[in-house]
Every structure is written in structure tokens, then in C-alpha cells.
Design a protein around this ligand. Structure first.
Ligand code: SF4
Length: 379
């Protein structure tokens, strides 16, 4: 018997599907039943309603929270950091999450505004270290739940990709511009090396085809669950009719972790992939891409091309301060006087538009200590 077990539950009730999928996957892992603080990373990348395929369905979140509370978890935080230039709260209102704190006592968290610590990335590809919110690092258990999406740039949203929303965009540019410039697949791998998922859900209530926010909604009416996120994501790729080898970050992670690299290494319980699957189109369905590698796939206009990521030394730092929320305590100027200055109006100003890259650690430190989290490192 394989060590990787994944459950697929189908039906019209998303909450029942969550419960059934967890049971099929063998229940919460041992770590989960001991957890007292849990962070549930949902997909709230855009301001869309539940059922649009763009965000994690609110009923799926409710079912996960109910299961965690039944397991005795006392502190549950639910959140994401949007890639959009507005607070993540706008997205959770659109998705119908606003009642969750009152109904369940959970905390809704905008990861873009959360306090962070710097985390080393073992065997990194792009980032030797990443800023990760403390609410994620201090959780005993990290649960991820995302709808699957194919993107028109050839990327796939799965649980691994969903971690893109964890490092705050104030450190990496909105919408995490540096991640895109350096190559999304390698950065997804780095984030998954920095934090590990303890339980993964693919929310196939409604999936999204060819878009991360405005693609075509495709109801799959299923939940995939398991304690190995790589196994869950691999099964999800088969369910949407895509070859997991097309997903570079899955390949990188399978190599780093010793598998699973394919469906033959995974025990799938519940519905079979054949009966539950439904094809989602992606650029990989173009025969011209049959031998291409997904690592640096990009789209220019309607053409799919491959470009080399620019070397890091060519990236430009452009720190900015959102002065509307600056409280004027001067911490940024204290920790990085070369770049930030508090003026007579009790607001911080950037005094060097393009600082020398050697100042990056000090600028990041200023962004970390800023109490209102209004400093963007790249813009
Ligand atoms: S640390 Fe933040 S809040 Fe304080 S002065 Fe600087 S920008 Fe303003």
C-alpha cells in the first residue's frame, strides 16, 4: 500500500463533500488532532463571489472550520493576501465570508498586512529567505483550500500555487511582481519549501478554466483531500485532464521530497479519477507545446512564449509609503535613514527613488517593523 492517500468525494452539498473527503483520506493527520492553533489558507485572490470558481467556496470553509472545532481546535484563523491593489477584506466580503467570525469565532486575516518573520528556504531556487506572516508560522497546522484553475499563461492553481498569497505583497510588489519576474514556478517551489502544508483541499465545487479571476467557471461538484498536498495536487491535475508533468512546481517538489511523482504512487479512495474528472482547457492543449517546458512559460498578447527570467541584479527597488495610513512614529527612518525620512507633517517620505540593492535588507527591515504595514519594497 502506498503512503500517499487521497480522498475524492462528489455530490451537490459542498459541506458533505468536505467531510466525506476527509474521511476517505483517513481523517486528519495525527498532527492535526493535536493542533490548537490552525491557519486555513483560502484562495481570495480577487473580489468574486463563492461559486465563481475564482475563490474558495464559503461553504467549504465553513465545513473545514466545523471539522476543526469538532477536533478541539481553539484558535482558527482564515485568510489570504490578495494580489489586487486593495485590502483582502474586500475579497472576503465579496466571497460571503463576513459572517465567519461571528458564527464560529474565527479570525479573518489579511496576510498582506500581517506581521512577518524571515524564513530560510532550503534548497531554494529564487529566494534564499522569504518574509512569512507569523500567523502562519505560529500555527500548529496549516490547511490549504483552493479551487483548481488553469491559467492562460500555462500555470495551474492548485494547493501548492495557492501559497503564493502567503508572503505579503508589500515586500514583493503588488501583485507580487518580483515573483512573476523571477519565474512563478520556481517561486511557488520556494514558498512550499519555506512553509509546509499539513492538510490540503482542492475545492472542486466550481473550478476555473483559463483564468485566475475572470476565467470560465466549471462546476465539478467534488472535493479532493489529503495530508500530502503534492499527492492531492497530482490527483487534481488528472481530474482536470492535465498531465502533472506540465506543472513545473509539482515536478520540483516531487524531486525535492522523493515523490509522489505520479498517480501510480497514490492511493485514491472514493470516486475514481475517470468518473469524477472533467477536462479544463489550458495552453498545454496546443500541440505546438507538446515538447515545451513549463518552467518559464509566458503569454504575450495571445502568443504563448518562453522567456528567460531576468537576473536578480537587474531588478529595481522602488520603495513606497502609503502616507494615508502612516502614523508618523518614524520607525522606518530609524532603521533605514538612507531611504526613509519623517517630515514636519509627521509622515514618512522616500528620499531615494531607486536605492542601491545593498540597502535591501534595511528596507525590508523597515517594512517589517512598520506598525501599519504601509511600506512597499517594490512597486
Ligand atoms: S514605520 Fe510606517 S507608520 Fe511609521 S513612519 Fe514609517 S511608514 Fe509611517
Amino acid at each position: 500500500m502506498t503512503q500517499f492517500r487521497v480522498g475524492i468525494a462528489r455530490g451537490d452539498d459542498p459541506k458533505e463533500n468536505v467531510r466525506a473527503a476527509v474521511d476517505l483520506a483517513g481523517g486528519w493527520s495525527e498532527r492535526a488532532t493535536r493542533a490548537r492553533r490552525v491557519f486555513v489558507k483560502v484562495n481570495l485572490t480577487v473580489d468574486r463571489e463563492s461559486g465563481s470558481g475564482a475563490v474558495t467556496h464559503v461553504l467549504v470553509v465553513e465545513a473545514i472550520v466545523e471539522l476543526l472545532k469538532e477536533s478541539g481546535v481553539r484558535y482558527i484563523a482564515v485568510g489570504d493576501g490578495t494580489g489586487a491593489p486593495w485590502p483582502t477584506s474586500r475579497n472576503w466580503k465579496a466571497a460571503g465570508y463576513s459572517h465567519l467570525p461571528g458564527k464560529y469565532g474565527v479570525k479573518l486575516v489579511d496576510l498582506n498586512r500581517a506581521r512577518t518573520r524571515r524564513v530560510e528556504v532550503p534548497d531554494h531556487k529564487n529566494f534564499a529567505a522569504l518574509e512569512i506572516p507569523e500567523v502562519v508560522l505560529d500555527a500548529d497546522m496549516l490547511v490549504v483550500a483552493t479551487p483548481p484553475k488553469t491559467h492562460d499563461d500555462g500555470l495551474f492553481t492548485l494547493c501548492g500555487k495557492s501559497l503564493f498569497g502567503i508572503p505579503p505583497n508589500r515586500f514583493y510588489g503588488a501583485p507580487r511582481a518580483i515573483f512573476h519576474k523571477l519565474g512563478q514556478q520556481a517561486t511557488v517551489y520556494d514558498i512550499n519549501q519555506a512553509v509546509s502544508i499539513d492538510f490540503a483541499f482542492i475545492d472542486g465545487t466550481v473550478a476555473m478554466e483559463l483564468g485566475f479571476g475572470d476565467g470560465r467557471p466549471v462546476p465539478l461538484r467534488l472535493i479532493v483531500a489529503g495530508s500530502n498536498s503534492l499527492a492531492v495536487d497530482t490527483v487534481a491535475m488528472h481530474l482536470i485532464g492535465q498531465d502533472p508533468r506540465r506543472c513545473a512546481y509539482l515536478r520540483y517538489l516531487a524531486k525535492a521530497r522523493g515523490g509522489p511523482a505520479g498517480l501510480d504512487e497514490i492511493e485514491v479512495l472514493g470516486a475514481t479519477v475517470e468518473e469524477a474528472g472533467r477536462k479544463l482547457l489550458s495552453p498545454w492543449d496546443d500541440p505546438a507545446l507538446a515538447k515545451a517546458d513549463s518552467a518559464d512559460l509566458k503569454v504575450v498578447g495571445k502568443r504563448v512564449i518562453f522567456e528567460e527570467a531576468p537576473p536578480k541584479e537587474k531588478l529595481e527597488l522602488r520603495p513606497q509609503v502609503d502616507r494615508s495610513a502612516c502614523i508618523g512614529d518614524g520607525l522606518c527612518g530609524h532603521y533605514c535613514p538612507e531611504v526613509f525620512e519623517l517630515r514636519d507633517d509627521d509622515k514618512a517620505y522616500v528620499i531615494v527613488e531607486r536605492p542601491d540593492p545593498s540597502l535591501l535588507p534595511k528596507i525590508e527591515l523597515a517594512a517589517r517593523v512598520c506598525p501599519t504595514k504601509v511600506i512597499a519594497v517594490y512597486s
